[in-house]
Design a binder for this molecule. Structure first.
Ligand SMILES: NC(=O)c1ccc[n+]([C@@H]2O[C@H](COP(=O)([O-])OP(=O)(O)OC[C@H]3O[C@@H](n4cnc5c(N)ncnc54)[C@H](OP(=O)(O)O)[C@@H]3O)[C@@H](O)[C@H]2O)c1
Length: 318
């Protein structure tokens, strides 16, 4: 990894760029947009790219990365690429084949980070959120410690440089950390985190264990209808963020990103718009905020906006 890009050291000795580019878009958005946006992001200076098997966009994102390698903009080792193991593939024997399928789509030899996408095993199949006849999610019986051992083997086989988790609470993290014979600790826990959901307790716990917290939904999430309460306030319209944006002559988006970076959190920011991609990259060059955001002044400090909210929470025990 080129030292020009600000990075954080992971507990296995690898480095993660502190600002990452999110590539998820709902199914209605043509997948080709992920290729164009990822190329623009690399041109703008992003070196950390976040995608997932479940986003069904790894062919397109891989194409963008390879084309930016081919035109000389970057080398493979300059890019930090994250993929994620879907909930339907948590059975240990499914882990390596699933990662190999991602690599085949990406046409890359390895990923930099492979993480368990969601700590709730679901029945295998094409549908990533399968339902039973009664409308409840079709859950599966898998011990996450067995899944973790399969991830450790993928790291040993060189298919991924680092391994981690996503959407884990403290109890689920402890289960892995306390696993007898643990070979590698998770390097990160990727969770929803922004001024409306500060994750202070989880952040303290992760820091105490040497686990990096990676934040998604930092710009208010994509407010995907099945997952978000449409009546919930829109983060980037928050008056506290607005006042700070005015004071620092930045946008609310840049204040939200900087606020998290200052707390030692790695930030993902998604945009498929060229100007906003360039705008978000500016954060890496901006000086720190003098004050912290007082979350009590923002509309809410415990407001989940993404997929842990609403329908999923009714069905699954968080
Ligand atoms: N592990 C998980 O379970 C999980 C869950 C959700 C997301 N993620 C990852 O995290 C990434 C980011 O999270 P997210 O997709 O929820 O979105 P986000 O980063 O919170 O962005 C939300 C929206 O903000 C808009 N935006 C971007 N830059 C902006 C700016 N400077 N000013 C105003 N608006 C701006 C974007 O729209 P435009 O495209 O129109 O600019 C985008 O759709 C995802 O893409 C994915 O890679 C992971």
């Amino acid at each position: 990894m080129n030292s020009k890009y600000e990075c954080m050291e992971l507990n296995d000795g690898h480095f993660i760029p502190i600002l990452g580019f999110g590539t998820y878009a709902p199914n209605e958005v043509p997948k080709s947009q992920a290729t164009e946006a990822t190329k623009l992001a690399i041109d703008a200076g992003f070196r950390h790219i976040d995608a997932a098997y479940m986003y069904r966009n790894e062919e397109e994102v891989g194409l963008a990365i390879r084309s930016k390698i081919a035109d000389g903009t970057v080398k493979r080792e300059d890019i930090f690429y994250t993929s994620k193991l879907p909930s339907t593939c948590l059975k240990p024997e499914m882990v390596r084949p699933c990662l190999e399928e991602s690599l085949k789509k990406l046409q890359l030899d390895y990923v930099d980070l492979y993480i368990i996408h969601f700590p709730v095993p679901m029945k295998p199949g094409e549908n990533f959120a399968p339902l039973e006849e009664n409308g409840k999610y079709a859950l599966d019986e898998v011990d996450l410690c067995d899944t973790w051992e399969a991830l450790e083997k993928c790291k040993d086989a060189g298919l991924t440089k680092s391994i981690g988790v996503s959407n884990f609470n403290r109890r689920q993290l402890e289960k892995i950390l306390n696993k007898p014979g643990l070979k590698y600790k998770p390097v990160c826990n990727q969770v929803e985190c922004h001024p409306y959901l500060n994750q202070s307790k989880l952040l303290d716990f992760c820091k105490s264990k040497g686990i990096v917290l990676v934040a998604y939904g930092v710009l208010g999430t994509q407010r995907y209808k099945p997952w978000v309460d449409e009546k919930s306030p829109f983060l980037l319209d928050d008056p506290v963020l607005g006042a700070m944006a005015k004071k620092y002559n930045r946008t609310a988006a840049l204040i939200s990103i900087r606020y998290l970076l200052q707390r030692g959190i790695v930030v993902l920011a998604k945009s498929f718009n060229e100007n906003r991609i360039k705008e978000n990259m500016q954060t890496s060059r901006q000086r720190s905020l003098e004050e912290v955001i007082d979350e009590k002044q923002t509309k809410n400090s415990q407001l989940r906006q993404d997929w842990k909210s609403a329908k999923l929470r009714e069905n699954i025990f968080f």
